[in-house]
Design a protein around this ligand. Structure first.
Ligand SMILES: [Zn+2]
Ligand SMILES: [Zn+2]
Length: 371
């Protein structure tokens, strides 16, 4: 039996669809039939050509695309009887997998930062055309290697709310956790895409006093309010940094923000976000997944106990809690609205064009591919 995999052969060229023999899972592995795969901002960097051969070389065989998504268990490898939380699993169960892998025995892993593993066992980006072939989520199947954690999805969560959990939701949860978001915090979120919407819901759940979301698209800002934002700031209406800073101060009773989440990857947002901070506050930098950008900052702007904290990926142990959070809050948080567009796998290039936001004002929050 064969299945399809979306392959990037060269930057700035359309993706190709290749067919490979569907592998039998080795002992400890699991084969998933993909239900859907989210198109993430970091995938767009590859498609758009922000990544270059010099920055991140693509081998002759290409890369298997996609890292977000969810599926159902098509086949269990020998010895797999439970998910990574010890719950029994069987074929047909819905699961989400960790979108990164960790060795468990490097210094970062030993210190608990499995998301920062220095020797991840599964290559990312995954080389195409190499067994087990189904190493990206833009595909009919996904091969969960024995070292890759996966978790059962509670029955109450619909498929429509799942494609981005193992990237956007995990990543925003990790950043808020690292900044110790908690009771009484004023939180400003820069960017109301998938990460920003998740961050609004999680910060609210963790007890933030005020959640303020900044973006330029009215429909995204309206959605942010449904995800828990107490206030929104439209940068087209408040079109100077100073006006936005004043607004943040006003909305926080003159206090400023304890946490600012930079989720967009626009360098000017870092000094702007630092300007929002209360004494002792933290700007969490997540948006810049691409190397090579610069910003300038007056060092004095952070000496009153302020910090800039980088966060990348998330620990897989957050996944069960995030799924439980969704079950508890889905009556009031419209998680299913994060996905705005669906495309079949063979229209992947069209889907990337729709998901593209750089240089234009896209309404889509997230596009997904469904095999
Ligand atoms: Zn992602
Ligand atoms: Zn490691």
């Amino acid at each position: 039996m064969k299945g399809r995999v979306v392959v990037l052969r060269a930057y700035q060229a359309p993706f190709e669809i290749h067919e490979y023999e569907v592998p039998d899972p080795e002992p400890g592995a699991v084969l998933l039939k993909m239900t859907q795969a989210g198109i993430c901002g970091s995938d767009l960097h590859s498609w758009r050509g922000d990544r270059t051969q010099a920055l991140q070389p693509v081998s002759a065989a290409g890369q298997a695309m996609g890292h977000e998504g969810n599926g159902v268990i098509a086949k269990l490898g020998k010895g797999v009887t439970t998910d990574w939380a010890g719950r029994p699993v069987k074929e047909g169960d819905r699961v989400v997998h960790w979108s990164i892998t960790a060795c468990g025995r490097c210094r970062s892993c030993a210190r608990g930062f499995t998301n920062l593993c220095t020797r991840p066992p599964d290559k990312y980006p995954a080389p195409a055309g190499v067994w087990p072939y189904f190493t990206g989520t833009y595909a009919d199947y996904f091969y969960v290697t024995p070292s890759r954690p996966f978790y059962l999805v509670p029955d109450q969560i619909p498929d429509a709310s799942l494609s981005w959990v193992n990237c956007a939701m995990g990543t925003s949860a990790e950043g808020l956790d690292l900044a110790r978001c908690g009771l009484g915090d004023n939180v400003v979120i820069q960017g109301a895409g998938g990460l920003g919407l998740c961050a609004a819901a999680i910060a609210t759940y963790r007890g933030a006093a005020r959640v303020i979301v900044v973006d330029r698209l009215p429909d995204r800002l309206a959605l942010a309010e449904r995800f828990g934002a107490d206030h929104t700031i439209n940068i087209d209406e408040l079109d100077t940094v100073e006006a936005r800073r004043e607004r943040v101060l006003e909305l926080t009773g003159g206090e400023g923000a304890d946490i600012v989440m930079e989720l967009v990857g626009v360098t000017e947002l870092i000094p702007e976000g630092v300007g929002y901070l209360a004494p002792g506050g933290t700007l969490v930098e997540i948006g810049h997944v691409m190397a090579g950008r610069q910003f300038s900052l007056d060092p004095r702007s952070i000496i009153r106990g302020k910090s800039i904290l980088g966060s990348s990926g998330y620990r897989h142990t957050l996944l069960p809690g995030l799924l439980d959070l969704m079950v508890k809050t889905q009556d009031r948080v419209p998680y299913d609205k994060i996905v705005s567009d669906q495309f079949p796998l063979d229209r992947v290039n069209e889907a990337m064009g729709v998901a593209e936001w750089a240089g234009k004002r896209t309404a889509p929050t997230r596009a997904v591919l469904t095999p």
